[in-house]
Ligand binder design. Structure first.
Ligand SMILES: Cc1ncc(COP(=O)(O)O)c(C=O)c1O
Length: 409
């Protein structure tokens, strides 16, 4: 199991013992970074890990849970990395891969962080876990809490997709719908944590964040190298920061040479990372999110903005704000040319790849990985075009006429 040696502030580098269980740097206010002891790891471990049964915890030496008995798993990890020739041809990117995290147990990337967060909760004896969420983190935390026998409270904006609310409730979580945005729900959550002493599974929990490093491990193992570009639909900044960190660990272990350029794909209506990068800021300025179909990434205050911007700059990457039109077009392409049904936010990575290829930043030969972070059943509407088909009378004539119409269309 991974031994946590310390909690470091990524900015002022102040080092604290792991035992204190702190989450943010009192000086900088940044979420602390977990340091795992890599010294004891030998090159042979890579082959050992490869030979283990599939799943995220086969990388446990690199993950911050001390006792395997505390692991709470629903079989997460090792999602497919799909080569998509038809999509690649349409995008003009010969080596385009889709990392399909819609196939995780609860249908989104949040299972990578919640398996670590809830295992840690069990490790420290927490009885209740809680989080604010745009929906997916709520459904995921509820499922893992149920599996662990812990109580769960989630706060979501009242507009959250019904499927995500139903999922969290099905797992027995107390779902609190807040009559406002995610930001306001998150502010109420911070008050509640202070008032009730809840164990938080939000991105301010350093243990939880380590779960997203596994993107780097799985992609490296599948490709045998680092891709040229890795593109994440981004809200908090964690996707790019944790993947960059994961490749950094693999590099330190001598298992990979080089790291990908990191790209944060944001919704144009909520793109504080894009603005901060363009303005040369170290920390994004919070924004009031506008209207967008991309509810999962409709976040105006990135909790790991500093870390995300650092990873983008250090990697020579970028951040792209995509419109709802681009998102829905990318979602349709994924579904119709790669067989991947994604929720709108999750298609931001492909929309950004298409934009960067069109603008010439991505070359035709580059090896590009787009992370698709959530399943389309989470938010099946809206489709980019027409209404559901009208029902027909139960007779062959009506069926023949409809099919003729479709083939004529
Ligand atoms: C489907 C989906 N994609 C991307 C994200 C962004 O994740 P992060 O907050 O780690 O940037 C979320 C967050 O809720 C999500 O649900």
């Amino acid at each position: 199991m991974g031994r946590v040696t310390s909690l470091d502030c990524p900015r002022c580098r102040a080092r604290r013992p792991a035992e204190i269980g702190a989450s943010t740097c009192p000086g900088c206010g940044l979420v602390l970074d977990i340091l795992i002891d890599l010294d004891g790891i030998t090159p042979a471990l890579a082959a050992t890990i490869r030979a283990r049964p599939r799943g995220l915890w086969r990388w446990h030496e690199l993950l911050p849970v001390e006792d395997p008995a505390h692991i709470v798993s629903l079989g997460e990890g090792d999602t497919p990395l799909l080569a998509t020739p038809r999509l690649a041809a349409l995008a003009g990117i010969e080596r385009l891969y889709i990392k399909n995290d819609g196939l995780l147990p609860t249908g989104s990337l949040k299972d990578r962080v919640n398996t670590v967060a809830i295992s840690r909760a069990r490790e420290i004896g927490a009885r209740l876990v809680a989080t604010p969420s745009t929906g997916n983190a709520a459904a995921s935390a509820a499922a893992y809490a149920a599996a662990a026998g812990l109580r769960c409270v989630v706060l979501v904006p009242e507009t959250t997709a019904p499927a995500k609310v139903a999922q969290a409730r099905a797992h027995g979580a107390r779902v609190v719908r807040v009559r406002s945005t995610f930001e306001v729900a998150a502010a109420l959550f911070r008050e509640a944590v202070a008032a009730f002493g809840w164990y938080s599974t939000l991105s301010t929990n350093p243990w939880r964040n380590e779960g997203l490093k596994t993107y780097a491990y799985e992609v490296w193992e599948a490709l045998g190298r680092a891709p040229d570009w890795m593109i994440h639909p981004e809200a908090s900044g964690l996707g790019v920061a944790a993947t960059w960190k994961g490749f950094g660990e693999l590099e330190r272990l001598g298992w990979v040479a080089g790291r990908p350029r990191m790209v944060a794909a944001q919704a144009a209506a909520a793109a504080p990372l894009v603005t901060a990068l363009a303005q040369g800021l170290e920390v994004p300025v919070p924004v009031e999110p506008g209207e967008t179909v991309a509810e999962s990434i409709r976040v105006g205050r990135p909790n790991l903005g500093w870390q995300g911007l650092q990873a983008i700059r250090a990697s020579g990457g970028t951040a792209v704000a995509v419109t709802d039109e681009e998102l829905l077009a990318a979602r349709a392409l994924l579904a119709e040319h790669a067989g991947v049904f994604a929720e709108p936010s999750a298609a931001a990575s492909l929309a950004a790849a298409i934009r960067l290829r069109r603008d010439g930043a991505i070359g035709p030969q580059d090896l590009v990985v787009c992370v698709v972070t959530g399943h389309g059943l989470k938010q099946p509407e809206p489709r980019s075009a027409d209404e559901p088909p009208a029902p027909i009378a139960p007779d062959l004539g009506a069926l023949r006429a409809l099919l003729a119409e479709a083939s004529d269309a």
